[in-house]
Ligand binder design. Structure first.
Ligand SMILES: NC(=O)c1ccc[n+]([C@@H]2O[C@H](COP(=O)([O-])OP(=O)(O)OC[C@H]3O[C@@H](n4cnc5c(N)ncnc54)[C@H](O)[C@@H]3O)[C@@H](O)[C@H]2O)c1
Ligand SMILES: O=P(O)(O)OC[C@@H](O)CO
Ligand code: NI
Length: 405
């Protein structure tokens, strides 16, 4: 990571922001060729006797099998829970997957090991939390910033909800496994980082308008991770070890930033709400899922465009308080107009963001992901409702500025 784990722990202890910071329960983060040997040593140190390895067919092939060989050599008793995919071959973090883990886990398990990408981690995070046992993270692709966070975005009765659960107690990422991950997953990881342009802007806005808890340290950790990815775009695009290391470090650090707040304020704004809306629509239509990072890589420039072309012109022209806007918001919008303008002007242009995403091999148009323009249009009007406690600029636009009468 840009910062070492110890460094972040100490920065968090000294933080003067006034908000509660969750303890970083992560004891060790290893990103190296030696990760699995170090995991074996860690299990010895923890004296775990019985673990459950959670994976799916693909992640078991990518890393689970070789990890299990290691566990055998170490005489650690383990069982494997292979999460079943749906009829589209997708593994979804939903009730069925969680129930499968709970059913297949012995009651006296010491710890879980999540071997996979974002989805396997969220299933394991939630199940282990409910069973009151720790989990260890073994990422198989640098595809999301959700390895070190404590939130579990789950699909519950078809609705994407993020439930705060727990962070892993340790992370062991094997660089060979990460470098061999599908190129689309590497591009998706970059997409999840590029999304921080708008998530951080929405967070700043929500803090000004609605007193959403804000912390400069968490902001710094996140923007530092984003900048590291942008600075190493060539390496990430080439998929070389340097690039994969930088990307993975950035994703881990952004996850820790979320963990410190116990919420995804820094990492998820309107661009994520659009992505969640599209994901739910795909599930409803029984279509194959699209990678999370691919969706947010596409929705981020759409949100920048919408803020610069719709939100800002409307805001700067507002002469009187719309009926749907309460007095406090109206006063604050007036106070912060210049700051909001500066904030929006500080964002890279939609073209620039698309060029970055394209450079690392990601899609830039919704149609490339099978998302039709009508769905995009609908999501721009409705997606903010998925997170009514987040006062994003999209929320403000739709709920306070466009709803006359
Ligand atoms: N907890 C958080 O804070 C957080 C943060 C970001 C995203 N997320 C969530 O993560 C989920 C998306 O995760 P994702 O984008 O990593 O996709 P994913 O975990 O759904 O994986 C996609 C597919 O890639 C396969 N795969 C993984 N590693 C592989 C490898 N090395 N080789 C071949 N195939 C491999 C998986 O088996 C799966 O079929 C979403 O539900 C999203 O909401 C959570
Ligand atoms: O809190 P949510 O919106 O699920 O987002 C988490 C994660 O996707 C941030 O990158
Ligand atoms: Ni994300």
């Amino acid at each position: 990571m840009n910062q070492t784990l110890d460094n972040i722990v100490s920065l968090a202890k000294q933080c003067q922001c006034g908000h509660h910071h969750y303890d970083i329960s992560i004891e060790q983060i290893v990103v190296s060729h030696e990760a699995f040997n170090q995991l074996a040593a860690y299990l010895r140190y923890k004296q775990y006797k019985k673990v459950v390895v959670v994976a799916d067919n693909r992640t078991f092939t990518a890393a689970g099998r070789s990890l299990c060989d290691k566990l055998k050599n170490e005489s650690v008793l383990y069982t494997v829970c292979l999460i079943q995919s749906d009829e589209n071959e997708d593994v979804i973090a939903d009730e069925r997957a969680i129930m499968q883990v709970l059913l297949e886990t012995p009651n006296d398990v010491d710890a879980f090991i999540a071997v996979g990408a974002g989805t396997v981690h969220d299933i394991t995070r939630f199940s282990s939390y409910k069973m009151k046992v720790p989990f260890i993270s073994v990422p198989t692709a640098p595809s999301v910033d959700g390895f070190t966070s404590m939130g579990a975005p789950l699909i519950i009765r078809g609705v994407k909800k993020t439930i705060q659960a727990q962070a892993p107690i340790a992370v062991f990422a094997d660089t060979d496994v990460l470098c061999q991950a599908p190129k689309a997953m590497i591009a998706a990881g970059f997409g999840d980082m590029v999304a921080k342009y708008t998530s951080l802007a929405d967070w700043q806005f929500a803090h000004w308008m609605a007193n959403e808890p804000y912390c400069p340290l968490v902001y710094q950790l996140t923007i530092q991770s984003l900048n590291a990815c942008v600075d190493h775009m060539e390496d990430i695009a080439a998929g070389n070890e340097k690039g994969i290391h930088v990307l993975m470090d950035a994703l881990l650090q952004s996850g820790i930033a979320m963990l410190l707040m116990g919420q995804s304020y820094s990492a998820s704004g309107a661009e994520h709400h659009l992505s969640h809306y599209w994901e739910m629509e795909f599930l409803r239509q029984n279509k194959r899922q699209v990678l999370h990072g691919a969706k947010v890589g596409v929705s981020t420039p759409i949100i920048v465009e919408h803020y610069q072309r719709v939100f800002w012109p409307l805001l700067s022209e507002l002469k009187q308080r719309p009926k749907s806007m309460d007095e406090t918001i109206w006063e604050r919008l007036k106070t912060y107009t210049d700051s909001i303008q500066e904030l929006l002007e500080s964002l890279p242009s939609p073209e620039r963001i698309r060029a970055m995403v394209e450079k690392v091999g990601g899609a830039v148009a919704p149609q490339q992901l099978g998302i039709d323009p009508l769905l995009v249009e609908r999501s721009l009007k409705e997606a903010h409702r998925l997170r009514l406690n987040r006062f994003t600029m999209l929320y403000c636009l739709n709920e306070c500025m466009l709803m006359e009468g």
